[in-house]
Design a protein around this ligand. Structure first.
Ligand code: CMP
Length: 143
């Protein structure tokens, strides 16, 4: 069981001006922020980040959306981080998300779903390294 995950507050949530509300939900659930920044993702970076989805029909739309405005990647620490954070944000499709989850509160659709969360401990480390250099991380998990 790992203790790190990568969250992204996506452009739709930044446009709704709810960065603060989402961070409050994350910290109230017991996560510690270990790195954070607001960036305009380049197309190259977004395409690399979502490379696992490159054969999916929504890949182009996903890259367009993730580069449509600023987003906020956040490195989070908590025991059982990946699973607990995915519970907090709710299902990918907000129509299926449980009451009280971030996506139930703020997401409009499956494509514009407010937040990202790593899906495994292994991917969490890869995704954290995608956004944060060693100097930007407060926890360096041996790298
Ligand atoms: P995320 O968990 O960040 O990682 C993959 C993303 O692809 C997902 O969130 C959604 O934003 C997006 N996605 C997944 N399924 C669909 C879909 N059917 N149509 C459009 N976007 C999707």
């Amino acid at each position: 069981m790992g203790n790190l995950t990568l969250a992204i507050i996506k452009p739709d949530a930044v446009r709704q001006n709810v960065i603060g509300e989402i961070i409050s939900m994350i910290t109230a659930a017991g996560f510690k922020i270990k790195a954070m920044k607001m960036i305009n993702l380049s197309r190259e970076s977004a395409m690399g980040f979502y490379e696992v989805h490159k054969e999916r029909p929504f890949y182009g739309e996903l890259v367009d959306f993730m580069t449509s405005g600023p987003c906020v990647p956040i490195m989070l620490e908590k025991e059982n981080a990946v699973e607990d954070y995915r519970k907090l944000i709710g299902a990918t499709d907000p129509a299926q998300a449980e009451e009280g989850t971030v996506r139930k509160r703020f997401a409009k659709s499956k494509a514009e779903n407010c937040v990202h969360g790593s899906d495994s401990d292994e991917n969490a480390l890869i995704e954290i390294a995608h956004f944060f250099s060693r100097d930007e991380r407060l926890t360096n998990y041996g790298l």
